[in-house]
Ligand binder design. Structure first.
Ligand code: NAD
Ligand code: ZN
Length: 338
């Protein structure tokens, strides 16, 4: 199926189709130089399929992991493109998860002031969330996504068959971003995930419904001036957990799961906890809330001693509320500490 994302002159289609990768040349304009960015953990058959369909494809493989969303890689890729005489009419194709998408998108946004960017996401997180919406970035000096741009892809091609090779833990962490959107904006999707007896066969619907939520949010607020902040549900505490070096072994989605629990009414928290347990996601952590608070106070959204957070009182509905940092600490202490 095709979901159009309507953003005026920056509009594009999102193709969601099993085996789409086998016909990638039908969806993307690849009769030119194509920088195909992938990472060492992504099975190479996916980037090779794009190369086969390209007239002049160059696969560029970075090491897997968040550490690759770096200034060094950004610079090396740009140098590689200069060396190989990429022009303004050539393109970048990201084949991988959010790491390849965020870095590849930023390369495309800045090479010669912007060349065509295609995203072919291969993780559940990137298929239902990060590949659309145009936020592209790299990390710098330990600060996530601190250098970046809003730069929309020209097309996004999602082949859920690529998820067959994805590790179960990565898949469940990606599902968290779907749970996050459903909890705030779509109670039916939440119930589908909550009651699913065969997640594999429900995945296509979960991806499409997740994308529909994000599409509506991005169309309404492409530059995150208001509504789009709803996508940060669970992320204020989540990012603090993620930034805390001692907890670095947790995946992004797992941190979001933990971060969402204190930001919900008792009823909602109980339902979230059940869903997370069902999918082997964490609901408790062993840490010190004072340490987490030191990260939260540095959050971009903090103002003095309070911070605006997304709070879910009832599944499918959300509110933006200003919360005092003391209050956040109380919720953390009472909720997610072991
Ligand atoms: N731009 C946005 O709007 C947005 C939104 C959410 C998250 N993000 C970013 O996304 C990143 C996380 O993305 P992610 O969770 O996709 O992580 P990731 O890109 O690191 O991928 C996770 C792991 O899965 C491997 N992998 C990818 N596809 C595979 C496949 N099909 N089979 C087997 N292994 C595969 C990768 O090699 C990697 O080791 C973070 O940097 C985060 O900041 C961006
Ligand atoms: Zn996230």
């Amino acid at each position: 199926m095709i979901l159009p994302l309507n953003l005026g002159k920056d509009s594009y289609d999102i193709v969601i189709e099993r085996t789409a990768l086998d016909r990638i040349g039908e969806y993307l304009k690849l009769d030119r130089k194509c920088l195909i960015l992938t990472d060492s953990g992504v099975p190479s058959k996916y980037s090779e399929a794009v190369k086969r369909a390209s007239r002049d494809g160059y696969i560029y493989t970075i090491p897997e992991g968040e550490g690759s969303k770096s200034f060094d890689n950004y610079k090396s890729i740009l140098s590689f493109m200069v060396e190989n005489a990429f022009t303004r009419t050539d393109c970048v194709v990201a084949v991988g998860g959010g790491v390849c998408g965020d870095l590849g998108g930023f390369v495309a946004a800045s090479y010669m002031r912007g060349i065509d960017f295609y995203n072919v996401p291969t993780t559940l997180l990137s298929q239902l969330d990060s590949s659309i919406g145009g936020k592209v970035a790299i990390d710098l000096d330990g600060v996530k996504n601190i250098v970046g741009a809003f730069y929309q892809p020209k097309k996004v091609v999602i082949d859920p068959n690529t998820l067959k090779t994805l590790d179960q833990r990565q898949k469940m962490a990606g599902l968290c971003e779907g749970i996050k959107m459903a909890a705030c904006m779509n109670s039916q999707l939440f119930e589908l995930i909550e009651n699913s007896t065969d997640l594999e066969s429900d995945l296509d619907e979960i991806i499409v419904e997740g994308l529909k939520i994000k599409k509506a949010v991005v169309e309404e607020d492409p530059h995150e001036k208001g509504l789009r902040r709803v996508l940060n549900f669970g992320h204020t505490i989540g990012h603090a957990i993620e930034s805390n070096a001692g907890l670095a072994e947790l995946l992004h989605g797992e941190c979001v799961a933990l971060g969402s629990l204190p930001m919900a009414s008792d009823d909602v928290r109980a339902r979230l906890e059940n869903v997370y347990k069902k999918y082997n996601l964490p609901t408790k952590i062993d840490t010190d809330s004072d340490v987490l608070m030191s990260y939260i106070k540095r959050d971009k959204k903090a103002m003095g001693d309070s911070i605006t957070v997304v709070f879910v009182e009832k599944i499918g509905e959300f509110q933006f509320i200003k919360m005092k940092t003391d209050e956040i600490k109380k919720y953390i202490d009472g909720g997610i500490l072991k």
